[in-house]
Design a protein around this ligand. Structure first.
Ligand code: HEM
Ligand code: HEM
Ligand SMILES: [Fe+2]
Length: 445
């Protein structure tokens, strides 16, 4: 690491890891409940577990993005962070709001809008927290010696993500309008501005790990950003097919969302080509594995599995089934979970000064978690296709179908166990690295 203040990143990553463990725990609660083992039902019914699972996912990813930004922005701007104290304050308040929301969910203190379940009162501290985060970054960029494309795309993505949170805070009497604007947050995040955040982190990691010229890497970044905007904004229409808005969205959503995989394809080609072009001299091979893995799995999960159900002609059958869960898991995993884990793998040796990378444990963490995730989505996928056929083609009653597809949840639990083993190894490494130290300053990266 070059700047002492980059150590802040470590604590955001530590919070991330804690929340990830909790997220997986609630995943298991749901998986077992689906199999009929619902012993916790009285305290944690399925809907509570679902809400906690999704919100913890979003918060651990955001905490990961924030850690990444606190590491990347000082390095790219060639200056210390504007205020380390405020960054720690931001971390603590983020954790407090997160814990309050999660505890609240267990007492039915929530709103029934998938992904945006946090009660609107709590949206205000979230907004304040994010403003503080952005101010710290902006002041760092302003006082810095350099402004790079990478840091601007990352910062731009974070600002846009904050702005797009606002439509979700408006109250509507109409269910149609509520749904319309909910997608501005959910869709425009994962298929718009979060892609910029991912692109910024990807560019930084490729610059550091492949040794290819910044100019070349940042040119690709422009292409990714361009394709994202071209397809992702109007691609929101793939959530407007059947919510009660104008029929024009069937055509607009179909066409533009079918173009969305191009941005993820570009990301994958970018990562693989830069790796091929590079000198392959960087010792942190596991960080390269996670970085390339993220680009490739994001293309499969978001691009390929997204395309599979994005046309209105197919979505009319698959909408809201476990086919969606199959796609949601692999897309979130590849694009956002893996890029955060890539960043952590790159940053840990730099902030602690301990070079524990490239061990068999670190590699096993990568392979086991990925094999586990692919096993999980094969379970979801098989269940989803069977569900579509029985429920939507044969017209069999919903709960009866759920009973028929139960067996696939054993595959889900098997995959989840393999995934959790991989994540456990990752966290063992995280703990073994120990806490950051100033002695790690200027150590060769
Ligand atoms: C990393 C990027 C992506 C992530 C994290 C992601 C995640 C998700 C999630 C979690 C849902 C369920 C949302 C809900 O019901 O509240 C969803 C739905 C959907 N996604 Fe994606 N997605 C991504 C990219 C894409 C792309 C590129 C496409 C199209 C090519 C796509 C097509 C769809 C469609 C059509 C639905 C609606 C499914 C339904 O009707 O039930 N997604 N996505
Ligand atoms: C221990 C591992 C996990 C298990 C057992 C698990 C299980 C589940 C289950 C049972 C659901 C509800 C599906 C339904 O009935 O509709 C669900 C939803 C979801 N989970 Fe997981 N999960 C795990 C890990 C993860 C991870 C690592 C991610 C993200 C990277 C993730 C993201 C999601 C998303 C986005 C949804 C909503 C899907 C949708 O919109 O249909 N899960 N999970
Ligand atoms: Fe979408």
């Amino acid at each position: 690491m070059k700047y002492k203040s980059q150590k802040v990143a470590y604590w955001f990553f530590a919070l991330s890891m804690l929340l990830l463990v909790l997220q997986l725990t609630y995943g298991f609660i749901m998986g077992f409940a689906r199999l009929g083992y619902d012993g916790l039902h009285e305290w944690i019914p399925f809907n509570t577990a679902h809400t906690v699972h999704l919100n913890l996912l979003v918060v651990w990813l955001l905490s990961g993005f924030m850690g990444a930004a606190y590491y990347i922005i000082p390095e790219e701007s060639e200056t210390e962070l504007w205020s380390v104290k405020l960054a720690y304050l931001q971390l603590i308040t983020l954790a407090i709001v997160g814990v309050t929301a999660v505890v609240g969910f267990h007492f039915n203190y929530w709103e029934g809008r998938k992904f945006l379940e946090i009660p609107r009162i709590l949206d205000w501290p979230v907004a304040l927290n994010v403003i503080l985060f952005l101010v710290i970054l902006l002041m760092t960029i302003i006082k810095g010696k350099k402004t790079s494309t990478t840091s601007l795309v990352l910062f731009g993505g974070l600002v846009a993500a904050a702005l797009l949170y606002l439509p979700g805070m408006i109250t509507f009497d109409s269910q149609v309008l509520d749904s319309f604007f909910r997608w501005w947050v959910v869709h425009l995040w994962v298929e718009g501005v979060w892609e910029l955040i991912m692109g910024g982190i990807m560019a930084f990691l490729l610059i550091k790990l492949t040794g290819v010229d910044r100019e070349v890497i940042e040119k690709w970044l422009y292409v990714v950003v361009g394709l994202t905007f071209l397809s992702g904004i109007l691609g929101t229409g793939h959530h407007y097919y059947y919510i009660g808005v104008n029929n024009i969205w069937l055509i607009v959503g179909g066409i533009f969302s079918a173009l969305e995989p191009l941005a993820f394809l570009a990301m994958a080609l970018w990562a693989v080509n830069m790796y091929r072009k590079g000198e392959k001299k960087h010792p942190n091979k596991t960080a390269i594995l996670w970085t390339l893995g993220s680009a490739i799995v994001a293309f499969l999960g978001a691009g390929v599995l997204g395309l599979a159900h994005t046309l209105p002609q197919t979505n009319i059958y698959t909408h809201g089934t476990l086919v969606t869960a199959m796609h949601g898991h692999l897309a979130f995993w590849g694009a956002y979970a893996m890029i955060v884990l890539a960043m952590i793998t790159y940053v840990l040796p730099n902030v602690t000064g301990r070079k524990l990378f490239d061990t068999s444990r670190a590699r096993s963490a990568f392979w086991l978690s990925n094999i586990g995730m692919f096993t999980m989505i094969s379970g979801f996928g098989a269940a989803g296709i069977a569900q579509v056929y029985m429920e939507r083609k044969l017209g069999i009653e919903f709960m009866e179908v759920q009973n028929e597809i139960k067996v696939h949840f054993w595959v889900l639990i098997t995959g989840a166990t393999i995934l959790s083993t991989g994540i456990t190894l990752f966290i063992i490494d995280f703990i073994k690295y120990g806490t950051p130290s100033d002695e790690a300053l200027e150590i060769q990266e």
